[in-house]
Design a protein around this ligand. Structure first.
Ligand SMILES: *Cc1c(COP(=O)(O)O)cnc(C)c1O
Length: 467
């Protein structure tokens, strides 16, 4: 045993340092909008915040969101363990960086990047950031091509359907790219090849194809769009790359429609993004983007951070970001495997098809999609049903907590109001049957109680739904 000696006089008064967080100096009141003078016990703070949050909706009844609302307890534990890991600290957390590297490789092969093409990608905070990076790469490449040819590079445009998610409108506004949107028309609710090619010119940085549309869950025909652009190149000499916004479909099509050619099998597809936190089955927020080849991603967009005494290339809008979601994505990949993802997505599709089939049979509704692409479908009231609207129905479904959004379509179809159901993992056939019972009951209610027009403030609220 070691021998210990009494410290000398001068050491007797030495004190332990207490983490300032442990100090118990308490406020009995918590101002709502100002920083309290003192704090609370941790247990009290936890309870106060929890009590506030009980009024949030029940995620299991939320048929509006595409974003994951349930993971296994083991995944939740893993995420809590990784809460302190910062994705940008490649030097401090080299294994997290390695797991991200494996995820990029798994997705590259899932999306059929050609062997030896050195497909390059990264995780992001979600598809919005991924789309922004994809758009920037298209813009930089187009600009470099124009400048190299001594041509004007001041009027870039991007072609997309009017059904794009708001992130593409943001991209165009923030980077001053002209958005050329192809309107939706009855019977054509998303972008097709002919309409895309017709809007391209020498200033087109790319075409965005969506897999699938947030409006109705349908896949845009990537192969058809690409072939129309091949023809355009033959006839007019303009070479327009395609970016596939597969926010949802990137984790669905490989399992439910493995033969559909929408990914790097289509030579014109330069880059693909997906949301890990949608059908990738991870809690928010994680997204992914992959470029077919390293040169699809201009080098002057790439920054380097420290990594094990060397440097690692990065391309991101954020700097610090949580590493937990990336770990959870990898957890899902090894936990589920191909067969597991296939089972989960198939179960969602079975529920979506059952719901849409029964809703079609009810009488007052018309389906705009069935849920055969994404397990997502939209439906409207028949034109001769005038006693109530889908907004009335949506509000009435809320009585039992069901959140089924109603919204109007974009430009040129704004008088079409629809409801949309997103079926996610955890929305069981049992829940679907309960929802159908409630829908039937509310339809009967409205048949006996036609509604009047709501006041303008409620009208405005109804129009504010964002996808
Ligand atoms: C959800 C979605 C986005 C935005 O994705 P986030 O991951 O929420 O940032 C972009 N495009 C499409 C098609 C989407 O469905």
């Amino acid at each position: 045993m070691a021998l210990h000696t009494q410290v000398d006089e001068s050491g007797q008064e030495a004190e332990l340092e207490v983490n300032p967080v442990y100090v118990r100096e308490l406020s009995y009141e918590i101002p709502r909008y100002r920083l309290p003078e003192h704090g609370q016990l941790p247990g009290t703070a936890l309870q106060v915040v929890r009590d506030e949050l009980i009024l949030d909706g029940n995620a299991r009844l939320n048929l509006a969101t595409f974003v994951t609302t349930w993971m296994e307890p083991e995944a939740a534990r893993l995420m809590a363990e990784c809460a302190a890991k910062n994705m940008i600290d490649k030097d401090e957390y080299p294994q997290t960086a390695d797991i991200e590297h494996r995820c990029v490789n798994i997705l590259s092969s899932l999306w059929h990047a050609p062997a030896g093409s050195a497909a390059t990608g990264t995780s992001t905070s979600g598809s919005s950031e991924a789309c922004m990076l994809g758009g920037i790469a298209l813009l930089w490449r187009w600009r470099a091509r124009r400048r190299a040819a001594g041509l004007d590079a001041s009027k870039p445009n991007l072609i997309m359907g009017a059904n794009v998610q708001v992130c593409w409108e943001k991209f165009c506004r923030y980077w001053q790219v002209e958005p050329r949107t192809v309107p939706m028309v009855p019977g054509r609710l998303h972008l097709r090849g002919e309409q895309a090619a017709a809007r391209c010119d020498e200033n087109t940085i790319g075409v965005v194809a969506i897999l699938g549309s947030t409006m109705d869950g349908s896949y845009e025909p990537v192969l058809e769009i690409s072939r129309a652009l091949d023809q355009l190149q033959t006839e007019q000499g303009v070479d327009v790359p395609v970016h596939v916004d597969a926010a949802s479909g990137g984790f669905v099509a490989p399992f439910l429609q493995p033969d559909l050619e929408w990914d790097f099998r289509v030579p014109r597809v330069a880059s693909i993004n997906a949301s890990g936190h949608k059908y990738g089955l991870v809690y928010p927020g994680v997204g992914w983007i992959i470029w077919r080849t390293p040169d699809a991603l201009p080098d002057d967009l790439v920054f380097r951070v420290n990594y094990l005494g060397g440097e690692m290339p990065t391309f991101a809008l954020n700097f610090s970001r949580p590493g937990a979601q990336v770990a959870a994505q990898y957890f899902n990949f090894i936990r589920l495997g191909r067969a597991g993802y296939q089972r989960v997505q198939q179960a969602c599709q079975d529920v979506a098809l059952r719901l849409s089939g029964e809703i079609a049979k009810m009488g007052p509704f018309e389906l705009l999609s069935e849920g055969r692409d994404l397990p997502v479908f939209a439906f409207k009231l028949r034109d001769d049903i005038t006693g109530y609207s889908v907004f009335d129905l949506s509000e009435r479904l809320r009585m039992r907590g069901w959140q089924v959004p109603a919204y109007t379509f974009p430009e040129d179809m704004t008088d079409t109001a629809v409801m949309r159901i997103v079926v996610r993992n955890g929305f069981s056939m049992d829940l679907a049957n309960l929802l159908l019972d409630d829908l039937r009951m509310h339809v009967r209610f409205f048949e006996h109680h036609p509604q009047t027009q709501p006041p303008p403030e409620i009208q405005r609220r109804r129009e504010a739904f964002r996808h």
